[in-house]
Design a protein around this ligand. Structure first.
Ligand code: HEC
Length: 339
């Protein structure tokens, strides 16, 4: 998150997701950007309508890009045995005869049926012929591809840890620390602070790490995993994660603004400074907060937008609300959420 490049990558995130889908739908019209770039790409686009619904993101994002398809599926011996379609689990999956826990892909629907009803045009025989003649892996699989699409969302753990750090908050701001031995016991959560904590983190293996189960539920909402209950983290950024992050950003920013002698949010201003009394200090603080939260300075247009659309309207109610609002808006910025 430290260079302007990450911004570009954040933008590509959206664009790529859109083209990936659009391409498989419009592949036949030969539109320039969607024309398959190789034989492997042809197969990828041919299979996509049957597969990408579940394999664009998640654990097995084979259809996210050609690189993902080649790295994850085509040149993985577990799925494709070059020159030997009969023994390639990919073909067995299409035919519903694979040995693993999922005999059929797509699950529950014979691939040939999808061909028969016109949902896909690439036949199983064509996939077999392709495997028979499959060329060796392209060079670039061996070396890192500088163009590769590398953006991902921050994990829930990363969000919790980096947000505490950025906002100058510590555990003591959320949980009761009156017991001298508090770090060795389940955290007793102080109410109303929107504490949010992984269910499988210390202190200790007590089975009950925090006194308020909502802290853990919110962490789940943010997409966090929990090894104790075998729950995988959610690598997408869905509505529940977005909603949790909105609430968390507001509550935690408020905590940071209200915390005594905490320069994280109020570095160049106090709550007594207003845009009328200290316009320069307000601008300076806004820019410095942007840099602190997003790792790069704002463009003039972005600084202006943040000031006019977030800071000014809220300042009419109070400077406290204005800074909480600016802080929370930055946390919901795509640059903050992605890495
Ligand atoms: C309705 C959702 C869905 C669709 C559509 C789908 N898959 Fe899957 N696929 C899954 C799930 C669920 C798994 C197993 C869970 C996991 O490992 O992520 C899986 C696993 C796989 C695996 C790994 C199997 C293993 O045993 O390791 C391959 C390969 C695969 N899918 C290929 C395909 C292909 C090719 C298509 C299209 C013809 C396809 N899938 C369509 C849901 C789907």
């Amino acid at each position: 998150m430290s260079t302007p490049r990450s911004m570009l990558r954040a933008a590509t995130l959206t664009v790529l997701a859109l083209t990936a889908v659009a391409c498989s739908e419009t592949k036949v019209d030969g539109g320039e950007s969607c024309a398959p770039s190789s034989r492997n790409d042809e197969i990828r686009l041919g299979l996509a309508p049957a597969c990408e619904g579940c394999h664009l993101t998640g654990n097995k994002p084979f259809f996210a890009s050609l690189t993902a398809f080649e790295n994850g599926l085509v040149y993985d011996e577990r799925y494709v045995k070059r020159g030997d379609p009969e023994n390639s689990p990919l073909i067995q999956l299409l035919k519903g005869t694979a040995a693993g826990s999922y005999p059929q892909m797509p699950p529950g629907q014979p691939y040939d049926e999808l061909v028969a009803n016109g949902h896909v045009t690439l036949t199983t025989e064509q996939v077999e012929a392709w495997i028979r003649e499959l060329p060796p892996p392209p060079e670039r699989l061996e070396t890192p591809d500088p163009e590769a699409f590398t953006v991902r969302r921050l994990s829930a753990e990363e969000m919790v840890v980096s947000l505490m750090e950025q906002l100058g908050l510590t555990l003591e701001d959320f949980v009761s620390t009156s017991d001298p031995n508090w770090r060795s016991r389940p955290y007793v959560v102080n109410g109303g602070k929107f504490f949010l904590w992984p269910g499988d983190w210390a202190p200790g293996i007590s089975g009950e790490y925090v006194s308020d189960s909502r802290s853990v539920e919110r962490f789940d909402g943010l997409g966090g995993g929990n090894s104790l209950v075998y729950r995988k983290r959610d690598v997408s950024f869905g509505p529940s994660a977005a909603q949790t992050l909105v609430q968390m950003s507001q509550a935690w920013c408020a905590r940071a603004v209200d915390k005594k002698s905490n320069p994280a949010v109020l570095r160049y201003v106090t709550l007594a400074d207003t845009s009328a009394s200290s316009p320069d200090a307000v601008q300076k603080n806004l820019r410095s907060l942007y840099l602190r939260m997003l790792g790069q300075p704002p463009s003039d247009a972005e600084a202006k937008e943040l000031y006019e659309q977030v800071y000014v309207p809220l300042e009419a109610r109070s400077t406290r609300l204005a800074w909480i609002g600016v802080c929370a808006a930055l946390i919901r910025h795509p640059l903050w959420i992605t890495y």
